[in-house]
Write a protein that binds this ligand. Sequence first.
Ligand SMILES: [Mg+2]
Length: 372
Amino acid sequence: MRISEVAIFRVDLPLADPFEHASSGLVRVLEEVVAAVRTDSGVVGWGEVRGNCAYVTGDTADRVVAAASRLAPLFLGHPIERIAALRARVEQAVVGNTAAKALLDIAVHDAAARALGVPVATLLGGQLRDRLPTDTSIPFVPPDQAAAQARRAVREGFRLVKVRVGLGQERDEARLVAVRQAIDDEPDGGAVELAADANGAWSPQQAVGYLRRWERFRFAWIEQPVAADDIAGLRFVRDHAAIPVMADESAKGPREVLRLVEQRAVDLLHFKLIKAGGLAPLQTMMHIAEAAGTSYMIGQMDEGMLATAAAVQAGAASRAEHFEVHGYARVARQPFRGLECVRGEVLVPTGPGLGVEVDTSLLTPVHVERAP
Ligand SMILES: [Mg+2]
């Protein structure tokens, strides 16, 4: 069964619940790039990544489309089940461009798994769990709204609430006080962990100052306190503050993860397909973390349900201890169907491939590559 067509689409997903954190700016729309990989026997696999991720990968939707269009001819005529050989061909052709690579890699995995009639998790070694307890995240909103969001999350069954920080001491503290109080006031609040994500907003010295001052908020961890490329800064924070440190933007791909664990720079790691460039490098990152004895989270970029489903399949086949796979809930109207969140846990779809159906009528075709 060979790949006969690669099609690239765009779709904008307006957010019912726009968000802002220290590096994102105000995000009202997820500018998604979608790919369909078709085989000569008619099986179609789908992939999705968010295009407007300049603050993490340097990408725009146009850039992802251009890179994916450039890579698409490499896929034509290739046997769908020989994923590793295809990946080697892609890696040799283009360095970087992890979002475009992840997009096509997700679609190839969906098609290969559908051709075999199994979930993508089976291609990744098989499911270790059938539901993923996910965090929910509170962006830059006024303290009363932050408290209301935290209260709702606890009542809906979420057991990990993540607050964005990096707005300056006064405004962060007002929000943190409100959220901590809201959680503590709930009957189930004792079972809920609170984490914070600074998205690289601080210098190492500022981070240590804030974290010492904020010990009363009992953070489970602080995510990305300093800039992505400041590995020594992460280590400094880890050495001088009592709160565990998680790398997200710093933990881009396997090499970066190796460096982070070699330098003992962090306590936890946060992995995403869009940074890794595909499911195989994501698994390499997991294996490095496991060998180092470092806990990790599988997350996504607040993307559509299809992109998130790829993270869910990878998470289901992983030994991750934490998950951030709920960002799709912010989207007002999905062209995708198949993920469900029950009491703070995303259920792993049991159908073939990613387990997500695509409403193609909402997608705009932007590039097609067909075998002659
Ligand atoms: Mg993060």
